[in-house]
Design a protein around this ligand. Sequence first.
Ligand code: APR
Length: 183
Amino acid sequence: MPRIELVTGDITVQHVDAVVNAANSSLLGGGGVDGAIHAAGGPEILAECRRLRAITLPDGLPTGEAVATTAGRLPARWVIHTVGPVWPGGPGPEADARRLLLAAAYRNSLGLAESLGAASVALPAVSAGVYGWPAPDAARVALSTAAEATSPELIRFVLFSPAMHDVFADAAAALGIAAGTPD
Ligand code: APR
């Protein structure tokens, strides 16, 4: 059973084996955590993303999928890029369908981290920024997906504000998931 942690901070300074990026399908960068990871990690990450686009992902990375690159100058070995769904603007069948893709983004990122041999992984609140997903629902999907994982040993959600940290802590409590803080 992995240890699940919640921390308020910047994902680019986390000393873990793998850092998950909330990318877009182009894999060519953007704002938010994507912009922060490329800015801190340096040009090697984008160079590898471009190679992936040229060779294996000519149409881009589909929503819910995950792919790994070097972490460049980050204190990590890999960046795992995943693409979350955009919030459709309200509840209903479309939101329900896209919620499955959000869960897949987390599940595939954790599965890829495991296959790489990562013992620790840091993840952001995928889709809860520019993509507009309501934070409480995003937190529920993130934490329940992490709770179903068998590895990596350490799963750390890195929340960019105390408010988002509180949303995740409330979701963990409501789900009965023990979420610790880094030592
Ligand atoms: N560390 C941790 N979390 C961060 C950081 C950071 N350095 N910067 C932003 N965040 C948080 C945001 O506050 C939000 O809670 O990450 C969460 C996800 O927000 P976004 O980065 O906007 O990601 P998302 O909502 O999935 O939208 C993806 O935004 O940046 C573009 O290229 C990206 O097109 C893609 C889209």
